[in-house]
Design a protein around this ligand. Structure first.
Ligand code: ARG
Length: 583
């Protein structure tokens, strides 16, 4: 199905061709000056350059050839040779009646999106929030575009932090706290998660102060990685419990992974991988460490080698990421792997990608992308912290937002007729929408300020505003049904002066969606859905729907409301934001 812009470009392209000009120069886009026209084509300027002619003359011949075309209600030349266009209301209405859908860009190929990165046994912090929120949106968008996208949580579950924690349990004779935990019992899971979250920072601080403890932790890590008892069985329980705990925290944010693997599960792939690299001559010894040199003559900045084994034989972060690629290439055979990880890890990913291509772990036709993101700052402009200056835990952040959302609902006299459970559910949805939309609306790489007051407001470019507008449309459609008015799902929408802008906007979805897929940038979808909600709000303000006496008009406006809601729902679903039924 062609988008509106594709149809217009085809039409104007044909005209360019008929004049002996390249068809692609007939490409049409949304107008930069919506006050003057709906669409514009700038191809006459480029065509004039090629043909060494006057651009206005070329524009004039295009306009003449287009005149009489029943798609356009206005065809004008502006400035040095812009062609300004409006479409007829009939054409717009017929286009909407075909239905608007997501362009299918993927071909069923598998894409892995790596966007978890939570470290088991440690509490999740706000740094993991951005990965989860952006990654889920990227994954859902890819699926909607026809890819088979798989989310991998890629837990940090194998490093020294586990050695420290397990050594602490064993030294204190408290390993039964772990071993007796039933991962199927949510209370037991919560209690062990709490114990670990409190224990780990203390154990880690103790190791930093006491060399003997650090040595013990390192030895424990080695024994764990050799799968020795009692360390490995303790780890297995910690792992099983953490997976349950993490699933819950992620689910609270509407984030769901298809693959629940971590660093541990590729441990056994490391030795054979390194052996093969050695045999193929990709490795070198340097200062007792084993490295893969990565520098190339064309490099403009220094490119350090990737360290496979440290001098003490320990493996590095990069080694594990390479082994994970070995696993993914054999198990999933993806055509792309996208890492939604903090921008500050960009050098790490450059190294891993280079090493993966160079050693043939990943063939050149597979795309590896680091979709990095900026930092979430507090209102003081510094990385977000608790009042006491500590790292803010994700659960605490969500709880704070729920409190705020509850108050906002009271202030706005919303959800007043609901029982306590329903109110709590709505407050949770408002809070999650607030947090997620505040995050997603920023360009991925940009830092942003987390301002709870602003982002929970029902006014402005916020999650709660969008939910409120969507719920308003839902309640309008419900009322129509209650009054026995049939809501047409697809009908001829009559374009009115008050609804033209909204109708045009509805046709933009395919382009906005494609842009957000191409750049792994959900903020384009945020911008779009916000414009959609605002545009509907002004239309609804100017055009009463249910009281309209003219039945054809009323039906048309209801159909437009229905279509707007469907698009808001579709886009918010891509962003993994839930809409309540009532509010
Ligand atoms: N666990 C890491 C952290 O907390 C993030 C992992 C990101 N993913 C990856 N494949 N390296 O910083």
């Amino acid at each position: 199905m062609l988008s509106l812009l594709e149809k217009l470009s085809a039409e104007v392209g044909k005209t360019f061709s008929s004049l002996g000009l390249p068809a692609e120069l007939g490409s049409v886009r949304a107008s930069d000056r919506p006050d003057l026209c709906q669409f514009q084509c700038n191809g006459a300027m480029a065509a004039a350059k090629q043909a060494k002619k006057n651009p206005r003359e070329i524009a004039q011949s295009v306009v003449e050839a287009l005149s009489g075309n029943e798609i356009f209600s206005k065809i004008e030349i502006a400035g040095p040779g812009f062609i300004n266009l409006d479409v007829t209301d009939e054409f717009l209405s017929a286009h909407l009646a075909e239905g608007i859908s997501f362009p299918q860009i993927g071909n069923g190929e598998t894409v892995i999106v790596d966007y978890g990165g939570a470290n088991i046994a440690k509490s999740m912090h706000v740094g993991h929030l951005r990965a989860a929120v952006i990654g889920e949106a990227v994954k859902r968008s890819l699926n909607a575009a026809g890819y088979k996208a798989l989310g991998d949580v890629h837990m940090g579950d194998w490093g020294t932090h586990l050695g420290m924690l397990i050594a602490d349990y064993v030294r204190k004779g408290e390993e039964n706290l772990v071993l007796n935990t039933d991962p199927d019992n949510p209370d037991a899971v919560a209690s062990l998660m709490e114990d670990m979250a409190a224990r780990y920072p203390k154990a880690s601080a103790a190791c930093k102060e006491d060399e003997a403890l650090m040595k013990e932790a390192q030895e424990t890590t080695v024994k764990l990685q050799n799968k020795e008892a009692p360390y490995y069985p303790i780890w297995e329980k910690i792992f099983a419990t953490s997976v349950r705990g993490l699933k819950k925290t992620y689910a609270d944010l509407n984030v769901f992974f298809e693959i629940w693997k971590g660093e541990a599960c590729v441990h056994d792939l490391i030795a054979p991988m390194v052996e093969e690299m050695k045999q193929k001559g990709f490795t070198e010894e340097s200062d007792g460490a084993l490295i893969v040199p990565l520098a190339e003559d064309s490099d403009k900045k220094e490119m350090p080698p990737l360290i496979l084994y440290k001098r003490d034989g320990g493996v590095m972060y990069g080694t594990t990421d390479l082994a994970t690629l070995v696993d993914r290439m054999t198990e999933n055979k993806p055509s792309k792997v996208i890492y939604v990880v903090d921008q500050r890890q960009s050098l790490h990913f450059e190294q891993v990608f280079r090493a993966a291509y160079k050693t043939g772990i990943v063939p050149d036709n597979v795309e590896l992308t680091h979709a990095g993101f900026g930092t979430m700052n507090g209102t003081d402009g510094k990385p977000f912290k608790t009042r006491a200056g500590g790292v803010m835990k994700l659960e605490d952040l969500i709880a704070m937002a729920v409190d705020k959302a509850t108050q906002r609902l009271i202030d706005a006299h919303l959800a007043e007729d609901m029982n306590a459970n329903e109110k709590a559910e709505v407050a949770r949805k408002v809070a999650v929408a607030a947090i997620k939309f505040a995050d997603l609306q920023n360009a991925r790489q940009a830092d942003y300020v987390f301002d709870l007051d602003r982002l929970t407001s029902f006014e402005g470019k916020t999650g709660p505003y969008l939910l409120y507008q969507a719920v308003r449309i839902k309640s309008l459609l419900r009322k129509a049904k209650e009054q026995g008015i049939h809501v047409p799902e697809e009908s001829n929408i009559i374009i009115e002066d008050e609804s033209r802008e909204l109708a045009l906007l509805l046709t933009e979805l395919p382009e906005m969606f494609a842009l957000s897929i191409k750049t792994y940038a959900p903020h384009h979808l945020c911008e779009y859905v916000y414009r959609l909600a605002s545009s509907f709000s002004s239309f609804y303000g100017n055009c009463p729907i249910l009281p309209e006496k003219d039945e054809t008009l009323r039906q048309s406006r209801l159909a437009l409301a229905h279509m707007t809601l469907a698009q808001i729902e579709q886009v918010l679903d891509l962003l993994a934001i839930d809409i309540p039924d009532r509010m």
